[in-house]
Design a protein around this ligand. Structure first.
Ligand code: FAD
Length: 318
């Protein structure tokens, strides 16, 4: 059944910073379970306009200092001056973060087209460039051991950072056309992005046809599919409101028809599992799971497609 899963298939998770002491306790509990599966990285969201700056950094520092998993910091630039954005990037680099998801962020509620809500950086592509610039200014060179020559050091240009960006298989809600979305993604790669992570989507074809178009347009970086197990009708409604994604009618009906919370969770997990399986069967090399700061549903999806067992076996044989 899972024979077609690529041996190198990876998985990663997204968390958001907790707002209350109780949700922080729940998050760190879930984090322990997520970390135990040895994901490729764990990303932590960032409130546009810096609303979660300290809380995001706290979770990132926790991952960095207490686990072997790479933390990835989401950063947004909407409403920032160059100086503020540079200072923010420096602060995260100083904390030891070397992996970023560079985002423009959404305009504040009530802002209109033509309002000057963007700040100095008009797009995520400009933030990608700025992260590279700040990193190079901060550490133009680093010294590395020369194998076979004890004590000898080789000078190399500064540590490379991973800079991921967002991609939208069903189009960004404000985009005028598929071409505009593809041009935006190309611009982000040209600016120095080396990974794309997609907005959630509910059907494999939506992602696969987007990737085909992106490749045809010249995008070469890895495009990781973002998958969200949606386990209640209320959460589905909220997610659709926030993302403007087209309604997955079959999932919506099945969630509404389920009698208990357990049955609803099983419906949401099965939908995400089957989507993940289709992507892996189509040759995708990784999955990025939106967790809602919970571990049961995302881990059930990974277990369902055989990725957790496969990972454990690979580690045992390493
Ligand atoms: P850009 O790459 O600059 O633009 C994205 C798209 O918007 C393009 O298609 C572009 O053509 C179109 N566009 C932009 N401006 C206009 C305009 N004025 N008119 C018409 N079209 C326009 N948000 C947060 O605040 N914090 C997070 O942590 C966060 N994490 C995210 C993670 C992922 C994986 C994704 C997919 C999204 C995330 N977002 C987050 C949401 C994101 O900030 C918004 O979708 C934002 O509107 C666009 O950000 P971007 O980086 O894609 O912008």
């Amino acid at each position: 059944m899972n024979a077609s899963v690529r041996p190198e298939a990876t998985f990663s998770f997204e968390l958001y910073p907790p707002r209350t002491p109780a949700s922080a306790t729940a998050l760190y509990e879930s984090l322990t379970h997520l970390v135990a599966t040895d994901p490729q990285f764990i990303s932590v969201t960032y409130g546009a306009n810096g609303s979660s700056r300290d809380r995001s950094l706290e979770v990132l520092r926790h991952i960095l200092n207490n686990t072997a998993v790479q933390p990835m910091a989401h950063l947004t630039c909407v409403g920032s001056s160059y100086a503020e954005a540079s200072q923010l990037i420096r602060e995260f680099l100083d904390a030891g973060i070397t992996s970023f998801l560079a985002l423009r962020g959404d305009p504040p509620k009530g802002a209109h087209e033509g309002d000057n809500f963007l700040g100095d950086l008009g797009s995520a592509a400009e933030l990608v460039q700025l992260i590279h610039r700040v990193q190079v200014e901060r550490e133009p060179f680093s010294f590395h051991d020369v194998p076979g020559f004890p004590g000898a050091k080789r000078l190399r240009s500064g540590e490379k950072v991973t800079i991921a960006v967002a991609a939208f298989p069903n189009g960004h809600p404000r985009s005028r056309s598929v071409e505009q979305d593809l041009d935006t993604l190309l611009a982000k790669e040209a600016a120095g992005a080396n990974l794309a992570i997609t907005q959630l989507f509910f059907y494999a074809d939506q992602y696969l046809s987007f990737v085909e178009k992106a490749r045809a347009a010249g995008v070469t970086m890895r495009i990781l599919p973002g998958i969200m197990p949606v386990t209640t009708p209320r959460r589905l409604a909220r997610i659709l409101e926030l993302t403007d994604e087209p309604t997955p009618v079959d999932l919506e009906r099945s969630l509404a028809a389920a009698d208990t919370e357990e049955q609803q969770a099983a419906v949401g997990i099965e939908h995400a599992r089957s989507l993940a399986q289709e992507l892996l069967d189509a040759g995708e090399s990784g999955l990025h799971l939106y967790t809602f700061n919970q571990h049961e549903a995302p881990l059930a999806v990974l277990r369902g497609v055989g990725l957790l067992d496969q990972h454990t076996k690979q580690k045992e044989h390493a």
